[in-house]
Design a protein. Structure first.
Length: 227
């Protein structure tokens, strides 16, 4: 197996992250190590999702969506994966290319667990083979539970210069309010309750379809840290 090496984002944490958590986040040594921990700790489930808005519905799009919880309630593995300087978002901070590479490597590493969950799920008109194939497309992605920001202080937790520029409205002229909002969220460090892994949308011909508003996901993560 070829060793895959990833970088480290040059960021620090503000006083809004307690000292113990800061030490744990900074002590994370590599993205590869985090993936190894996750592979051992995660419990996965799978569900079928049909596209709801007009863009997806008109093309008959549907996908497999996976959730991944840590089996160890005391573990901080999901926090390290999402918020550490070697974690998932950190790879996008380093570059778009590194972020996309980390996304693909992470999904590949978790694929056996995900497919185990898919075998137990009602996949609607998706076959197991299609669910598996959807994880190989570039638009397959990982994120955290969507309500993760509800209990997070509005003050920034991460000192990440690139994202700070966007959050201050200095990243584009005229000011892009959506990017400002994304970057303000990117500077936060919510502790995930679980991960979500989204297979690519597949149209009625079983081909990958990427929504127009999602085509710049990697760039937005690089510039803002949030989507």
């Amino acid at each position: 197996m070829v060793e895959v090496c990833f970088g480290r984002a040059p960021w620090r944490y503000t006083r809004h992250v307690d000292s113990v958590r800061q030490e744990q986040l900074q002590a994370a040594t590599s993205f590869e190590e985090l993936l190894g921990i996750l592979r051992e700790q995660l419990s996965t489930a799978c569900r079928y999702e049909a596209g709801c808005d007009d863009e997806l519905r008109s093309r008959g799009c549907r996908r497999a969506v996976f959730t991944a919880h840590s089996l160890d309630p005391e573990s901080n593995a999901l926090d390290l994966f999402f918020n550490s300087p070697v974690g998932y978002r950190a790879q996008y901070y380093v570059s778009v290319i590194e972020g996309e590479r980390a996304n693909a490597v992470a999904i590949a590493a978790l694929r056996p667990r995900l497919l185990d969950a898919a075998r137990q799920a009602d996949l609607g008109d998706l076959t197991l083979q299609l669910a598996d194939a959807s994880l190989s497309y570039k638009s397959a992605k990982i994120w955290i539970n969507t309500d993760a920001l509800q209990d997070v202080t509005i003050d920034g937790a991460i000192e990440a210069p690139t994202w700070q520029i966007e959050a201050d409205g200095r990243g584009s002229q005229p000011c892009d309010r959506a990017r400002v909002a994304s970057a303000a969220a990117g500077l936060l460090a919510p502790i995930p309750a679980y991960l979500e892994i989204f297979g690519a949308w597949l149209d009625r011909n079983d081909q990958e379809y990427v929504m127009q508003k999602k085509q710049d996901r990697s760039i937005r993560l690089h510039k803002c840290g949030w989507v």
